[in-house]
Design a binder for this molecule. Structure first.
Ligand code: HEC
Length: 194
């Protein structure tokens, strides 16, 4: 009796490899009915085990109610004229960096529409320094980045909303850089420019 008990116990020492299935004292916790992701279920009318969120569900922190900021549009759906992101050194630097990554390959670093992609045969975009583009409201440029336009693809997945506005601010600075008069220079600095 003593010997057989020892033999039985050595068979189930922890850490020892074993070919036999584990002993489960209470197996109903291991085998309870459940639905794995993407599996079929007869319980629901549409046969899908995964349930869609209730209509109108919004993830926390993603209400995005501010149309001016998130869509560049006012209450009646018109493009807003001015960027909601303050034009300061911080947003311009960020915009410059993002512009040179995401826009310059086609539009060129000065926005003349002569980026490297054009040399590889891409359709040339218009220069940003023509009156029509200078006169576009900020919200419309934001919309072009977000949705693309004709031969230009959308950049909404690559460029987050705040960065799109930083790019718009920088694009305005680029336009000013190519179309400024002496009146745009502060009085005390005019000597240096002349
Ligand atoms: C892959 C090349 C490419 C990239 C990258 C690109 N664009 Fe464009 N963009 C174009 C082309 C081509 C057009 C002209 C579209 C047309 O009229 O067919 C255009 C047009 C525009 C226009 C003028 C829209 C109008 O009303 O005619 C603006 C503004 C603009 N792009 C801004 C941007 C900004 C800002 C970025 C960076 C976030 C960017 N683009 C990135 C190719 C590009």
């Amino acid at each position: 009796m003593g010997i057989s008990l020892i033999a039985l116990l050595t068979g189930c020492f922890r850490g020892q490899p074993s070919e036999s299935p584990p002993i489960r004292v209470n197996p109903n916790m291991d085998e309870q009915p459940k639905l794995k992701p993407q599996s079929v279920s007869a319980m629901f009318k549409d046969g899908a085990g995964m349930r869609a969120p209730v209509d109108g569900t919004v993830a926390r922190g993603h209400l995005n109610e501010d149309d001016a900021f998130y869509l560049g549009l006012d209450e009646i759906g018109k493009a807003i004229s001015k960027s909601p992101l303050p034009i300061d050194m911080k947003s311009l630097k960020r915009g410059q960096e993002r512009f040179n990554i995401y826009c310059a390959p086609c539009h060129g670093q000065v926005g003349d529409g002569q980026g490297i992609m054009i040399k590889y045969g891409y359709v040339p975009p218009p220069s940003f320094h023509i009156d029509r583009i200078r006169d576009l409201p900020d919200g419309e440029i934001f919309g072009v980045i977000s949705n693309g336009i004709r031969n230009m693809p959308s950049y909404k997945l690559q460029v987050p909303v705040a960065d799109r506005w930083a790019i718009v601010n920088y694009l305005r600075a680029l336009q000013l850089s190519q179309n400024a008069s002496i009146n745009d220079v502060p009085q005390e600095m005019r000597d240096k420019v002349k």
